[in-house]
Design a protein around this ligand. Sequence first.
Ligand code: AMP
Ligand code: GLY
Length: 412
Amino acid sequence: MKVLVYGNGGREHALAWKLSKSKLVKQLFFVNPNPLMEPLGQTISASSFEELAGKSKAMGISLAIVGPEAPLVKGIADILESYGVATFGPHKAKAWLESSKAQAKEFNFRNDIPCANSVTVDDFEDAKKVISEFKSPYVLKSDGLTGGKGVSIVENFDDALNEIQSMLEGKFGDASRRIVIEEFLKGEELSVLCLYDGETLLPMDFSRDHKKLMDNNKGPNTGGMGAYSPVMLTGKQRESIFEVLDKISKALKKEGIKYHGVLYVGMMITEEGAKVLEYNVRFGDPETQTLMVRLKNDFGEIVNATMKGCLKDIKLEWGEPSNTLVIASKGYPFSPAKGVEIAGINEAREVTNVIIFGSAIVRKNGKLVSNGGRVLNVVATGKYAHKRALKFAELLKFDAKFYRTDVEERYL
Ligand code: AMP
Ligand code: GLY
């Protein structure tokens, strides 16, 4: 089959890399790929979803996999499917589990799915009353999409009020004109990416993202600075995670929320058990990078089973542990240095035996340069994975490089 992978970051590069090894995939297509993923497929130029759908159909593309959330929320799946291109990812009307944190919380409350207590507000005076009922630290979440940057955790009451005011006044545009004020949950985070075919919710092996910018979980939230998989958990923790997934699966059925793609459940593993932090209706970044290198199954077959509603017949198999390090550009997540040259990728890769996925990187006058915050993903598997990923980062010639050094499963 001919497959379009939509999106051009590390997640999509990893999906394309894995699909390129599938015996079912004849050819891959991309829109505006990063220069490191470009050789894996053919580029289609399109300036609208309609144009892309028309060209995809004409080129015989039978399947599209959409990486990022924004195009799904804007309805890319609706348009591609109206042209006969089956799409991995929900239609616009089914994307609210990710696009509205307030609605996602209502879904949890209606269905008795464990999560933090919360109240949704859109008025400053109401927010003031609500927040006095909560204890520090105060968790303030923009309702809409913010690329992972719209959550603030604030210790001081007055700072929280200031933050609420600035959010309601549009700090994140319309996304923060409504906010969720939430109880702070203590614990360790877990990413549970599930394939979903409308009936079966099939969890992939667990991974752990690191959302804070700096070591020891300091600094602002980011889109993700690194991940590893598997995650060491006790039997009791695993049991509680599966109980939550079972409740989610039943709730999806009860509410008739059906689509073909991924339901990513972000969890906090607390002393009382697993609780849901958020839902995404697509693959996670950088969790996907760390999972694709471990997945032993033919990914084309998995995607086909997801599209055809046959996930109940699939058994996922996983290889050695993996470790993913995000090389960011200094200034991220606020104003990353752009246009800074990146050299020595191949040399450093050969020494350290790692896989590199490109992200915010472009070619300019024949040279690779940074073009945003998260520039490269270094993925190592097997023995000394974390050390080898760090060694790569050290050897890489990139003056603006910035990365975390503590993204490691210490119990392995
Ligand atoms: P979210 O986009 O809802 O996953 O939030 C982004 C990040 O904020 C999460 O990955 C957590 O690190 C943190 N976070 C969100 N909600 C809470 C909470 N209720 N308690 C503690 N940390 C949270
Ligand atoms: N790694 C977090 C996300 O993809 O939303």
